[in-house]
Design a protein. Structure first.
Length: 261
């Protein structure tokens, strides 16, 4: 599996932990509520064609928790500064779940340095009559099992031994997620009004069996982002990039190649 390096990047008054690997056009991946974690197979596969950059959000993982972090839109502005500080241009911005919400908030503000946008099981919207899964009330085992359709992935996660540091990071991530997404639950009531401003090619990837943000949430993003493409993966839950890694990498690569120029 293609390897990565880990470095600390300082942007303004905030230092963030960043995994990075590969060469090619820049691909910035924004993680979900559970954190970035390890260099995963889909990241390694993408790094064969892209410069894959995976930061821990401010307030998450091994990154600083800055005083200015009050709401999710603060992370959108931070990543605009992050992209500029690293000198990135024509960025393929990919966000999953909470990170998808951040990515959408970035794109409604400024797409000048973006080439494409990919939202994967993204938070950020509310669909009347379609209940979200509430990760704040599920037990740890319920959370893991509800991420996947194929329970073999859940069993693998549940069988992993967690170090003390990993446990501390998990608590940090959970508390920060609650700060940013407790009320209203995992959405910004204003976001849907501004999604029409997104003017870069947009791919929306969803799991048919997503129990966190069911498929109608992906369909809502598709309706609200003009010209976007929706791809729904069958027999797949909230983590298409993990549960259907090969299909996800193929979808993204074909999409990005189509919009490379």
């Amino acid at each position: 599996m293609a390897s990565s390096t880990t470095e600390t990047v300082r942007v303004g008054d905030c230092s963030v932990n960043v995994m990075r690997g590969g060469k090619g056009p820049p691909l910035l991946f924004l993680h979900g509520a559970g954190g970035a974690g390890l260099w995963l197979p889909f990241m390694a596969a993408l790094s064969e064609r892209y410069d894959v950059i995976v930061p821990d959000h401010p307030g998450f993982g091994r990154s600083d928790t800055p005083d200015w972090l009050d709401q999710l839109s603060d992370l959108a502005y931070f990543y605009l500064d992050f992209i500029e500080a690293l000198g990135l241009d024509r960025v393929h911005l990919v966000g999953h779940s909470l990170g998808g919400w951040i990515a959408a908030e970035i794109a409604v503000r400024n797409t000048r340095r973006l080439r494409t946008l990919t939202l994967v099981g993204a938070a950020g919207l509310h669909v009347n009559g379609v209940a979200k899964g509430d990760i704040f009330v599920w037990s740890q085992e319920e959370r893991v099992r509800n991420l996947f359709v194929d329970q073999r992935f859940a069993e693998q996660r549940l069988a992993q031994t967690i170090t003390e540091e990993q446990g501390d990071i998990a608590i940090k991530n959970e508390l920060r997620t609650a700060d940013l997404a407790w009320q209203p639950r995992f959405h910004d009531p204003q976001l849907r009004k501004w999604l029409h401003r997104i003017d870069v090619p947009t791919l929306i990837v969803w799991g048919e069996g997503d129990k966190i943000f069911p498929k109608p949430y992906g369909e809502a993003y598709h309706r609200l982002i003009k010209g976007s493409r929706l791809e729904v993966l069958p027999a797949c839950g909230h983590l298409p990039q993990v549960e259907k890694a090969d299909a996800f990498v193929d979808l993204f690569t074909r999409f990005a190649t189509e919009h490379a120029s």
